[in-house]
Design a protein around this ligand. Structure first.
Ligand SMILES: Cc1cc2nc3c(=O)[nH]c(=O)nc-3n(C[C@H](O)[C@H](O)[C@H](O)COP(=O)(O)OP(=O)(O)OC[C@H]3O[C@@H](n4cnc5c(N)ncnc54)[C@H](O)[C@@H]3O)c2cc1C
Ligand code: SF4
Length: 485
């Protein structure tokens, strides 16, 4: 433990954001890192509790408190306090392949379960995590960790999102010959094509990919597995060619709103909008689809989660005249009842950095229909709903809009192509059914991890799943495994 009385003497102090007027001028990250002194002070606040819920229970199920990858938080807080950053980086990487991703975009369930959060004053765990890994890269401490012995076994990973990347890195380090097949032009999955650069710049993914290539991972881009698109790879061929196959293709099937007017021009899925902007920023061609831009438009975002927030921040940067976000759920309480919720993740009102940039928000609102003129959307007909989502008579109202973005989450993985051709069994929610310990599917030597197995989730859970799947695959191939969880 750092400083025994640190939590009594030092107040929580976290990273600030660049002012709104400045940050909305571009798509760069805008979080201002803490100084070295502040980082040391904040690390000193960790109490090294008897039961540190922050580093999680070890359960692979969402809903359990603390860090899903079981980061050893009190240990690296102590190392930062004692100025031993290199050892802190080694410790952090022993549980988390990509702390530079989670240190930027994880919702930080660790901080919700910190004992100091009983008093709304948790340790700034995520900020310290980010500082450790950023310093590790700056100092050249992050290098390829090449396996000393090759096993002669080969693994195909289908999908280069955080789950596939984590699994690939772990398996390469165990000495297997790992090939990642990705249908898009670059690696990262939703980290690259969904999450905007202002939350996480994409050079962070490139340098990890470089590390993994140095560890012997081979990436096959523009290689959709299954289906009939140009360059499609036959899944049956992969089954013949490799000793194990991991399905890490994400949950890409978006939830739609089947109401009158859905087919009007100007009503789009959030991901179609976000992916285009991410491609613009990186200079990747947009393809043959028409451009979706918020410039000069009244934008309505339907859905209140991370995706909705990303649509808001992107619309504002593109120059929308107004942005309104509506959510069918009732407004959550401003503050949680700690006695009931701690150390679990509480439902409460949160304002994302994008929402703070100037979106109007409304809750308990259902959209009944879209209306338009000349085939283009001009308004949403809405109604307020009660706790059972039933319309409240007399509360009908209209929101004017030129662009509507559907950000209501994802239903399941896409079934056409890969999953249908493999004939793999799905669970009742339409995700790939896989054993929770062995990550095995209904098909011999085929494993599944990440959103494709658990449904839409978080980056940190995808990393967790990728690590556990790698462990299971290594055990399957070798009879035992020394890979860490
Ligand atoms: C807009 C948005 C914002 C989000 N913001 C956050 C956030 O702030 N914090 C957070 O923790 N989580 C966030 N999430 C959730 C998070 O991004 C996902 O939970 C996570 O990326 C899932 O990782 P994955 O590897 O399972 O799948 P994905 O990231 O979806 O990656 C799957 C990869 O597989 C590829 N693929 C699919 N099918 C095939 C095929 N047949 N052949 C070859 N390749 C294939 C895809 O192209 C993709 O690259 C957000 C999600 C969205 C959509
Ligand atoms: S990965 Fe997320 S939950 Fe774990 S320590 Fe980092 S911010 Fe906290």
């Amino acid at each position: 433990m750092g400083k025994v009385t640190g939590f009594l003497e030092i107040e929580r102090h976290d990273r600030a954001y660049a002012p709104v007027a400045e940050r909305v001028k571009n798509y760069n990250e805008f979080v201002v890192p803490l100084s070295d002194k502040d980082l040391r002070d904040q690390a000193a606040r960790c109490m090294n509790c008897g039961i540190p819920y922050c580093h999680g229970t070890g359960s692979a199920h969402p809903g359990t408190p603390g860090c899903p990858v079981n980061n050893q938080i009190p240990d690296w807080n102590d190392l930062v306090y004692n100025d031993n950053w290199q050892e802190a980086a080694r410790n952090l990487h022993s549980t988390n392949n990509f702390p530079e991703f989670t240190g930027r975009i994880c919702p930080a369930p660790c901080e919700a379960s910190c004992t100091l959060n009983i008093d709304d004053n948790p340790v700034t765990i995520k900020t310290i995590e980010c500082a450790i890994v950023d310093r590790a890269f700056e100092n050249g401490w992050v290098k390829p960790e090449v396996a000393s012995i090759k096993t002669g076994q080969s693994v195909a990973i289908i999908g280069a999102g955080p789950a596939g990347l984590a699994a690939a890195q772990q398996l390469a380090r165990a000495g297997h010959d790992v090939h990642v097949y990705e249908k898009l032009a670059k690696a990262g999955g939703l980290l690259r094509y969904g999450i905007p650069d202002f939350k996480m710049e994409k050079h962070l993914i490139d340098r990890r990919v470089a590390q993994m290539e140095g560890e012997g991972v081979t990436f096959h881009y523009n290689s959709p597995v299954g289906g009939t698109a140009p360059g499609a790879v036959d899944p049956a061929e992969l089954l013949k060619q490799y000793d194990a196959v991991a399905l890490t293709g994400g949950a890409e099937y978006p939830r739609d709103l089947a109401i009158p007017g859905r087919d009007l021009a100007g009503v789009h899925f959030a991901m179609d909008f976000l992916t285009q902007q991410n491609r613009r920023v990186s200079g990747e061609p947009l393809g043959d689809k028409p451009e979706i831009l918020a410039t000069g438009k009244r934008v309505v975002v339907i859905g209140g989660g991370d995706t909705g927030s990303d649509c808001i921040g992107t619309s504002i940067r593109q120059g929308a005249t107004s942005v309104t976000q509506i959510e069918i759920m009732p407004a959550p309480p401003e503050k949680e009842d700690k006695g009931l919720t701690w150390p679990n993740w509480p439902m409460k009102m949160r304002t994302s950095s994008s929402q703070a940039e100037g979106a109007a928000r409304d809750f308990a609102v259902n959209t009944v229909s879209f209306e338009g003129e000349g085939g283009k959307v001009t308004k949403l007909n809405c109604v307020r709903v009660d706790g059972a989502f039933k319309p409240i008579p007399g509360t009908e109202f209209v929101i004017e809009a030129d662009l509507v973005l559907l950000a209501m989450g994802f239903v399941s993985p896409v079934k056409d192509g890969l999953l249908t051709q493999l004939g793999v069994t799905l669970d009742p929610r339409g995700n790939v059914k896989a054993d929770l310990d062995r990550f095995t599917t209904s098909i011999d030597k085929v494993f599944a991890a990440g959103d494709m197995r658990r449904g839409q989730s978080l980056v940190v859970w995808a990393i967790r799943d990728g690590r556990l799947a790698a462990q299971a695959i290594d055990r399957f191939l070798m009879g035992s495994t020394t890979l860490p969880r």
